[in-house]
Structures are given as C-alpha cells and as structure tokens.
Design a protein around this ligand. Sequence first.
Ligand code: FAD
Length: 451
Amino acid sequence: TTAIVWLRQDLRLADNPALYHACRTCDHIIPLFIDDPLPTSVSQLGAASRAWLHHSLQDLDTRLQAIGNRLTLQQGAALPILQKLIATTGATHVYWNRVYDPQSLARDKHLKEALKPSCAVHSFNASLLNEPWEVLKADSTPYKVFTPFWKAMLKHGIQHLPLPLPERIPALPLQPESLPLETLGLLPHIRWDTGMMAHWQVGEEAAMQKLHDFLPTHGGAYKEARNFPAQPGTARLSPHLHFGEISPRQAVYHTERHLAEQPGAENGLRHFMQEIGWREFAYYLLYHFPHTVERALDARFDHFPWADDYTDVLERWQRGQTGFPIIDAGMRELWQTGWMHNRVRMIVASLLTKNLLVPWQVGEQWFRDTLVDADLASNVLGWQWVAGCGADAAPYFRIFNPTLQGQTFDPDGEYIRRWIPELQTRDYPSPIMDLKASRERALAKFSQIKQ
Ligand code: FAD
C-alpha cells in the first residue's frame, strides 16, 4: 500500500503522528507539501514567513533525501493536486496532521469527504498539547480566561508522549513529479531576506538544539529575565513552533526531563511551560471563536471610534521613526530579524492601538507580514490582549508608557542602542505625539464604549 503524508504546519520527522502512523501501516510513503493559495493557510503568510518556509522545506527535503525519500512539492488548490497524485501513484491512504485556522479547517473537512470514495483519510493532532475541544468548563462551554484554562489543561494532562522518528520512510520506487523549491517563489525577488535569515538556523535539528541550549543556560532565570529585551532570556522557539519544526509536546517533555535533573530551575521552567500554554490558549480561542480572526472577541469593540486617518503615523511606527526609543528599537529589531521581544511587542502594540488609535487589525497585519513567527492564533490573541478587546485582555485603562517601560526593562539602554545607532544624533526624530494628551484621548474613547 502507498500513503501520501501531506505535511503542513508539521515540518519535522520526529513526533509527527501522521508520518509515524503512515510508516507503520503502509509500504511506501509520499511526503507531500502543497503551497496552497488559501488566504490564511500556512504558505500564504507574509513575506518574512514565506522566506522561513523556503528554508524549512529545504531542510526537510535534505533530511528525507538522506534516507532515500524526498519531499514532493506542489503548488495550487489542494484537492485537485491530491486527486491527481492519488490517480498517478495508486495511493490508497492520505495522512495529515490538523491545522486549526478556520479556513484550513473548513477546507480539510471538505477534502475528507471528497477523497473518501477513493482513499482512507487519517488525521492527527501534532501541533497542540491537547485538542481544543478536550478541555471545557463544567457547563461544557470554552474557557475565556487563561488561568482557569491552564489549570484545567494541567489537570487533564498531556495525553501522549512525543513519538520517535519512524524507523523507515520507504519511498515509492518511481517517485512522483515534484516542482523545484525555487519555483514556489517563497523567497522575495529582491533578496532582503538574507540579512534577516542570518539571525536564524532553520529546521528540526536546529530547533531541538535551541531548546537544549536554552534549558540549562536561561531556563532557571526565565521568569525574570524574559522581560528584558537586551538579554537572551527567552528560547526564541516561536518560528520553529509555528512551522512545526518542533512540537509543543516535545518542548514540554524535554523541559520536564530537564527539571527532573535540575529541580532548582522549577520556578523558571514552570513559567516557560505556562507560556507554551498561552500559545495553546491562542489556538483554543481561535478554534472556539473563529470570528476573532477579524473582529474583537469583545463585541463592544465592533463600533470603537478608531482614528480616521492614520497613514502618516502608521508609516512612522512601521519604520521605527516614532521618536520613542523603545518603540523604534522594537520595530527595527522586527524589520531586521523578523522577530521582536515579547515585552516590546506589548509596548509597540499599546502605542499603536491606544496612543495612536489605529485599529488593532492594522498592527496585526504588519506583524503578519514581517514576523518569521507570524501565527494567526498567537498574533490575534496578542493584539486583542493589548488593545483590551480580547479574552482575558489587559484592562482598557492600562496604557503602557513607553518611556517608563524603557527605563524599567532596558535600564542601561543596551537594547535601544543596539537597534538605533543614530540615537545620540540630531537625526533622531522628536516624539510622534504627546504621551499625556494621547493617553487622555484614548481613555475618553475607551470609557465611551465601556458604558
Ligand atoms: P518564549 O518566552 O521562550 O516562550 C516559549 C514559547 O511560548 C514561544 O516560542 C511561543 O510559542 C509561546 N509563547 C510565549 N509567549 C506567548 C504569548 N504571549 N502568546 C502566545 N504564545 C506565546 N507569538 C507568535 O508565535 N506569533 C505571533 O504572531 C505573535 N504575535 C504577537 C503579537 C503581539 C502584539 C504580542 C504581544 C505577542 C505576540 N506573540 C506571538 C507572542 C510572543 O510575543 C512570542 O511568542 C514570543 O515573543 C516568542 O519568543 P520566544 O520563542 O523567545 O518565547
């Protein structure tokens, strides 16, 4: 028997349930990736993520070739591609791991029905600790507040240990046609991605290595150090987790193992696992409240009086030219590396949505295009949390003061100097708006809709 293993946000060989079970059951395996033009599917992310995806696919293909198989690459709508591949190879099984954004879920449901007459379809969970429907409140409704959600999740437990590498991934004697990776056009025409990607090592092995480097060096101090953007205090695993080069289950499993040997790191590492819990919560909310892709979970924000014309201020924010050093450092870190420290993400998002009254969706869109870890669930959650319109959100009256935040979390100015070389010169712009006046304006608008 021959199986197609359709890889999506699970670009790894270990702890990959679809691949593992296909290899145990079938004689020949066709690992497939489809660059599917669904607006929110993994491959339709922004430019930075597409560059990452290119390298991740390359890495996966190299690993498969080393064991005599390879990645089949296709581009276009998934159904006709799968149907054609089934017809030309005689495959009788299709395996995939679930993705949870609303459009992909709807597509997969449709695909399952459409493929059923000719093929057995098997789907698994590879990117979450538990399925979003497994942890509910006593009244069977979903949680909207993180702490009780996470408590219930810990009580429920993680049901499965990470799976090992399949013993073998046997190829078809005559392998199907594949597009060359370059023809997918994932890399930009003007190669601005080279500098950005120099900050990263992509792929399954690099992701696992990063986790193992992080645990003994920064794990114990994580709870405090995670707030200081100049320090390497966090794991920087987010793009690897997004593309599934490592699974959250693997991350938690190895963290627990490390803790068993180094109990002193308990405080830091429990907090680290809780942050992986926030990722889980983001997927959970997106699954139960799919409309939050576009609209705030808090319906009172549907008619919020955002600013009418924000083109100029938006551009200054995007370019890191607001005149607030911590904001500009963050926006430049984002532009140059495709990543921004979480503390700074909160500060820049607060300035945009509160002091400048730009709709959160506009900021979310910019992040989506520029982050290598751009993730529909976590990005929407992050933006709605900061704007005060999501689940368990920051209260609307909490408006970060970028000057105070900079003093507290970058006390020596190391982070801002790293990203803004012209800080000491006349070239550095003056502040884009008055902090006090913009704060009062925001509070007045927010209090209107709270009534
Ligand atoms: P660590 O601190 O080492 O945490 C480990 C892992 O836990 C992360 O890799 C990530 O998968 C998860 N995690 C940590 N914090 C959060 C959080 N607040 N929400 C959800 N998951 C979390 N994260 C993304 O992965 N993609 C996004 O598009 C994204 N957009 C964001 C937008 C805003 C406005 C904000 C405030 C946060 C956003 N985050 C997003 C969450 C967070 O900033 C990043 O996950 C984190 O900075 C990644 O760095 P790290 O891997 O070093 O994290």
